[in-house]
Design a protein around this ligand. Structure first.
Ligand code: ZN
Length: 251
């Protein structure tokens, strides 16, 4: 539990919030079949097999778009999945999210089509644009096996079907580039990228198209779990709940 005045260390409970647009699952039978309670609830089910991870679910149609202060301000790592309704996310909420990453060190893990979400674009400073296409077989190559997010991940793994996301991905060069996607179509994509912004850490991960079963893949689950541990605010030697000392000095 992240209590005011306490510095988070690994081994403490990590408070994760999974924000899901949560509209496809209500209207598309193929998506509902894969994720009957929503992508967010499915990801929660495997994350919470770890005793030190607690997941709160949030969605666009919830009051305060799922992220009132009492939720956001108790979130150590925010996972985000959105697709068709990015534009409905309130700009003031986006700024609160960005501040919590930059100033308070909240981790941010945008998944798949969250490359076009307002928080990703605001936090990273990018259009988030990329090329996309049909659903084909994908190989994901582990190109930085020493990275904590690559722990337990083989040199490569296959996803039987994923939506093609292709370069050029209009992102600033990642601070760490961990997974490289290759599709049966020949396209390539920077599928797993890390950035650091202010006090916070960000990991973008490409798999997770709503009609593909990627979140059921055990290696994808391992990567998302690793990302939560990596992105959680570490013991940074100051009270991050009071704000980053470089931005908001503690007096
Ligand atoms: Zn998609």
């Amino acid at each position: 539990m992240c209590k005011k005045g306490m510095v988070i260390n690994m081994g403490k409970t990590i408070n994760v919030t999974f924000w899901n647009e949560f509209r496809h699952e209500k209207i598309n039978d193929a998506v509902k079949a894969l994720y009957p309670d929503g992508i967010h609830a499915y990801v929660k089910s495997f994350l919470e097999t770890n005793d030190d991870i607690k997941v709160t679910l949030a969605s666009l149609d919830d009051p305060d778009q799922g992220l009132p202060d009492e939720v956001l301000n108790n979130t150590d790592v925010l996972l985000w999945w959105g697709h068709m309704h990015h534009g409905e996310v309130d700009d003031a909420l986006v700024e609160r999210i960005r501040q919590r990453v930059y100033v308070n060190g909240m981790g941010f893990v945008p998944l798949h089509s969250a490359h076009h979400s307002k928080p990703f674009k605001a936090i990273i400073g990018t259009t988030g644009n990329l090329c996309w296409g049909a659903e084909v077989k994908e190989f994901i190559w582990n190109i930085m096996p020493s990275h904590p997010i690559a722990a337990g991940v083989p040199d490569h793994f296959e996803l039987e079907t994923e939506e093609i996301y292709a370069e050029p991905f209009q992102i600033p060069a990642p601070d760490e580039f961990i997974f490289n996607g290759w599709y049966a179509s020949g396209h390539v994509f920077r599928s797993g990228c890390c950035w650091r912004r202010g006090a916070g850490k960000i990991f973008y991960f490409q798999p997770g198209h709503e009609t593909c079963p990627s979140f059921h893949n055990p290696i994808v689950q391992r990567i998302i779990t690793n990302a939560v541990y990596w992105a959680a605010p570490a013991d940074m030697g100051f009270n991050y709940d009071a704000g980053c000392p470089y931005v908001n000095p503690i007096v």
